[in-house]
Design a protein around this ligand. Structure first.
Ligand code: THU
Length: 136
């Protein structure tokens, strides 16, 4: 599998876009605003924020909002090259299990930029989700 290299400027662009869209989050229950930006292999960027619900389980994370928006805009052929995730608390926040599975579906080689326990971190989706499931 080829190494997934993302230029520093691109990473910064994604993080900036994620920070901006986090302001649109609907998070009245957790008060934890999250923003995500995805980069496709074609160079397009799509963003998303978390959208909570009074029925808590209906909440949609920022990462999935971004991916579903991308599919709605560009169709399902896209491949995710990179994902950036930020939150407004500056706390550690890697994609949840559900989002890892959704990222893997559209980006089996994706690299994820997120806030780790000791500061900014990057991981391949295959390290965050070993043996991810995909129907071929
Ligand atoms: N959340 C995300 O949007 N992305 C993550 O990676 C982790 C958690 C949201 C879901 C919920 O609205 C809030 O953060 C607290 O869990």
């Amino acid at each position: 599998m080829p190494t997934n290299k993302v230029p520093v400027a691109t990473r910064k662009r994604l993080l900036r876009a994620a920070r901006k869209v986090a302001r649109n989050a609907y998070a009245p229950f957790s008060k934890f605003r999250v923003g995500a930006a995805i980069l496709t292999t074609k160079g397009e960027v799509f963003v998303g924020c978390n959208v909570e619900n009074s029925s808590y389980g209906m909440t949609n994370c920022a990462e999935r909002t971004a991916i579903f928006s991308a599919v709605a805009k560009s169709g399902p052929e896209l491949e995710i090259q990179a994902v950036a995730v930020v939150n407004d608390q500056g706390t550690a926040c890697s994609p949840c299990g559900a989002c890892r599975q959704v990222i893997y579906e559209f980006g089996p080689r994706a690299i994820i930029f997120y806030e780790g326990e000791k500061g900014p971190k990057q991981s391949l989706i295959t390290d965050l989700l070993p043996e991810g499931f995909r129907l071929q």
